[in-house]
Design a protein around this ligand. Structure first.
Ligand code: FES
Length: 110
């Protein structure tokens, strides 16, 4: 049962894997999909098709419990101001277990 903690709001999502209704944006059970299901405010200007960088998050814990990064995501991440080795695009990171992510503050966003 994955437990996703969204910082800085400290909103927690816990659900049975495979049970979330798909919200139609990003990969199924991606961090974005989870956020949409739980009312977490997370920008996603392109609608989750991996063509913007507004859904950027920092993974504080559990990088290894997210789906591997694909080339398209990696290419976009290099354009994120403040990109780190723990950066992910929420729409492309499918959840495989417990993770803690931090949504950038407005000052850190574009
Ligand atoms: Fe645009 Fe994720 S919502 S890349």
């Amino acid at each position: 049962m994955p437990k996703i903690t969204f910082l800085p709001s400290n909103q927690i999502a816990e659900y049975q894997e495979g049970s979330l209704p798909y919200k139609g944006e990003g990969l199924r059970e991606s961090l974005l999909d989870v956020a949409l299901n739980y009312g977490v405010e997370l920008r996603h200007a392109c609608g989750g098709i991996c063509s913007c960088i507004t859904c950027h998050v920092f993974v504080e814990e559990g990088d290894e419990r997210l789906s591997p990064m694909q080339k398209a995501e990696e290419a976009l991440l290099y354009r994120v101001p403040g990109y780190t080795l723990h950066s992910r695009l929420a729409c492309q990171a499918a959840v495989r277990g417990d993770v803690v992510v931090r949504i950038p503050t407005p000052n850190e966003q574009l």
